[in-house]
Ligand binder design. Structure first.
Ligand SMILES: N[C@@H](CCC(=O)N[C@@H](CS)C(=O)NCC(=O)O)C(=O)O
Length: 205
């Protein structure tokens, strides 16, 4: 187990920070969960490498970009695949999330609630449905339960978070995607994850 000192800087929401929290929880590793408020963020934004969060401080040294942080945590906790090719496959599945989030960006900024509801439904029916279909296929192709190799990697944990978000927060229906559902349930029923999900702060997104 890593002896490094880890401080995760993110807002008090789920977003791109929550998958990183879930990785720490799954690994049973200690970390400082530093949640910014808008006032704190204004003060510390300029100190961050890309003026964005998440940022992970490792023994006081900053690491930004969620995919890079995920990769670091995967390597640190032995959850990043077993060969260089598997390492790259793990990253491939994590970066696949960025495509669907990019499509969501234009919906997220809509102010009018009625218009937003219509656009969210369109987003779910097109981009999320295609995303679910694709990942269902990836799980099936690898024999179910894991995206890469024969054990849980950070890719399964990160994807769990986005499956949870799209189904719980946007009403996307996971039920038809049997392979995703099995992998999802396996992560959700991990005792450490289960206890965390039951006790974590309830937030919108
Ligand atoms: N490519 C970056 C994107 C990070 C990003 O978009 N962060 C948003 C929050 S999810 C942010 O810092 N917003 C606050 C700001 O830009 O002031 C990553 O994957 O970490």
């Amino acid at each position: 187990m890593s002896t490094a000192n880890h401080k995760l800087i993110y807002s008090d929401g789920y977003g791109r920070g929550e998958p990183l929290r879930l990785i720490f929880v799954y690994a049973g590793a200690k970390f400082e969960d530093f949640r910014t408020t808008p006032e704190i963020w204004e003060k510390i934004k300029e100190e961050q490498p890309f003026k964005q969060v998440p940022v992970l401080e490792v023994n006081g040294v900053k690491l930004a970009q969620s995919a890079a942080i995920t990769s670091y945590l995967g390597n640190t906790f032995g959850l990043n695949g077993k060969t260089p090719f598997e390492n790259a496959q793990v990253l491939q599945f994590i970066l696949g999330v960025d495509d669907v989030l990019l499509s969501f960006k234009e919906v997220y900024v809509i102010k009018d609630e009625a218009e937003k509801a219509i656009k969210v439904k369109e987003f779910v029916d097109t981009h999320v449905a295609a995303f679910f279909k694709n990942y269902d296929h990836f799980y099936a192709k690898n024999g179910g339960l894991h995206l890469v190799g024969k054990s849980v990697t950070v890719a399964d944990i990160v994807l769990f978070h986005w499956f949870w978000t799209f189904s719980n927060k946007f009403g996307a229906n996971l039920a038809p995607y049997k392979e995703i559902k099995k992998a999802y349930d396996a992560i959700a029923n991990n005792p450490k994850i289960k206890a965390y999900l039951e006790s974590r702060p309830v937030r919108d997104l």
